[in-house]
Design a protein around this ligand. Sequence first.
Ligand code: NDP
Length: 286
Amino acid sequence: MAQLIDGKQLSNQVLQEVASEVEQLRAEHDVVPTLAVVLVGEDPASQVYVRNKVKRAKETGMGSIEHRLGTATTQGDLNQLIDQLNNDPQVHGILVQLPLPSHLDEEQVIAAINPAKDVDGFHPVNVGALAAGQASLVPCTPQGCMIMLRQVHPDLSGKNAVVVGRSNIVGKPMAALLLQANCTVTIAHSRTKDIESLCRNADIVIAAAGRMELINADWIRPGATVIDVGINAIEVDGKRKLVGDVAFDSVSEIAGAITPVPGGVGPMTIACLLLNTTRAARRQLA
Ligand code: NDP
């Protein structure tokens, strides 16, 4: 049976580190690291994510500001708010919850955020810095995956890693971080041929396709480490349930280590968002 990489427990450790950094910034510099969260529209999943982020931020002693805007918000209104937050010295991190309603241009919104306050790590300046191996604000989900991987592999050097998914928010930054850690990285996507055998050769498989239980035991080499980023909502007996991109029951019998869904990558993502906010606050001091 695979070792379970417990995201809840690990995220609590990260949140404790965040809380002590918040305390240090307050004691040494009279600064309260503050995260501004912007939510546009009524998407129920986004409302839950925002609520959890704000709740956790408060638990660490961090400041948090919520801006809830109606679905009819224009690009101009949103840009104006971002401008205001960019120029507010009390705000250290800005997060615009995605997806935005379809009439709004996400790329434009991301580009409008000051890269120094871009705690999601999606701004082209931060994306470029990560690709070039320079210090940057790193996207939260892949950052959380790296912390989880290091529990099992303190030294990732020379490992064969396959990342299933090539999105800008998960797959691509994940591959960049693994490469920085000296893994040999393959990125697979919906057009990849014989993805199963690529995965079967991997020491590490990161599943970020958004396809329920795509990856089963036949895809996994005995002893491999499997990180499941996927979050897929299904209904079982009229109740909503979350499942990952990995068929947990069968894969956990063959893998060496595995993350659960829920309770895996999800909590780590929020913890890394708050970690990024303290990092942004410290850099802004400098
Ligand atoms: P996207 O839909 O943006 O990207 C999915 C990627 O998976 C694409 O690159 C796509 O390929 C690839 N893909 C889709 N189907 C297959 C397939 N059958 N075989 C191989 N590759 C495939 O999703 P995200 O990256 O935003 O998110 C991925 C998953 O992670 C989702 O379930 C999402 O909910 C979850 N997620 C979880 C987070 C957490 O905190 N735990 C945070 C963010 C996301 P192509 O490019 O060719 O279309």
